[in-house]
Design a protein around this ligand. Structure first.
Ligand code: MN
Length: 134
């Protein structure tokens, strides 16, 4: 058993991966045979990930606020606390906050053999983000 106490040093999400201000708190880090990676991700209003894929898919569980998510070619969806979204392995997508709301989700995935959690693409433009909801 190992307890990691609540650490005040939240990390800012890298600008290459996000638009707007995003903060990430690690929850589970791959270790030994475990490939589980989990993070609590806090999006400020209007902030969102870039387009990306996950080698083994990803589940997000919304804990606070109101968010948005979209898979490539699909409608923009509203997500709220208690909603769970699974993105298939290799499915191109983004997730983030609503324009006028914060959003926090727990993000869970299994990294690949090389330890990679995602492949990152271009940022979600303001035009893409601002499209009418599906
Ligand atoms: Mn994702």
């Amino acid at each position: 058993m190992q307890i990691t106490r609540n650490d005040p040093a939240t990390g800012a999400g890298p600008a290459d991966w996000f638009t707007g201000a995003v903060y990430v708190d690690p929850v589970a880090t791959p270790s030994g045979p475990s490939r589980l990676s989990a993070s609590s991700v806090h999006f400020t209003p209007g902030a969102r990930t870039a387009w990306h894929t996950h080698p083994n898919g990803q589940t997000i569980f919304v804990t606070e606020g109101v968010g948005r998510c979209q898979r490539r070619g699909g409608p923009i969806e509203v997500i709220r606390p208690g909603d769970r979204v699974f993105f298939e392995p290799g499915e191109d997508h983004w997730h983030g906050a609503a324009p006028d709301r914060f959003m926090t989700h727990l993000a869970m995935l299994d990294v690949d053999e090389a330890g990679a959690s995602a492949t990152w693409g271009e940022h979600v433009s303001d035009e893409e983000y601002g499209k009418p909801l599906g």
